[in-house]
Design a protein. Structure first.
Length: 162
């Protein structure tokens, strides 16, 4: 009975596989949004001033960082929790594939969230006259919370490795 229960629990990891496929679809949706933003921006590139150009580029960078985060979570999560990817020798393999354990995946996600939050906060500061002061305070507090959380997670990870 115990052996059957353990085998069933172990096999249940495959329930995650469709979720990772769903992340591929989320990556596709994000890619469509990226090129939609790019398509609407290009015709006006000669008309926009420098700060609007930077804001639009920050939006594109933000979308790119989120897409990269999806790829990291999708591949690392699949390899850590579902199954190793059996790629042939001819297939181009990402250097980091198979090297991220759960803790390094957690740190990548935390640092990506901090980077995404930083870009969002920079966008707010670049357009500060259009944002209410109380909202700016909340944006900054949320960002500081992300930074402190990532630092504490890194510190705790370092402590547990020793």
């Amino acid at each position: 009975m115990e052996r059957s229960l353990e085998r069933l629990m172990y096999a249940s990891r495959w329930i995650l596989a469709p979720i990772y496929v769903g992340m591929s679809l989320a990556l596709l949706a994000l890619s469509i949004k990226f090129f939609q933003e790019f398509y609407h921006f290009i015709p006006h590139i000669l008309e926009v001033d420098e700060s609007d150009l930077i804001l639009k580029l920050l939006t594109l960078i933000d979308l790119t960082l989120v897409a990269s985060l999806i790829v990291i979570v999708m591949f690392s999560g699949y390899e850590n929790f579902v199954s190793r990817m059996d790629l042939s020798e001819e297939t181009e393999k990402l250097d980091w594939l198979g090297t991220h354990d759960y803790n390094s995946l957690k740190m990548k996600v935390a640092s990506s969230i901090v980077a995404i939050s930083s870009i969002h906060l920079l966008k707010v500061f670049m357009n500060i006259q259009a944002t209410d002061n109380s909202k700016i305070m909340w944006y900054a507090l949320v960002h500081i919370t992300f930074v402190v959380s990532a630092l504490l997670m890194g510190y705790l990870d370092k402590l547990t490795k020793h």
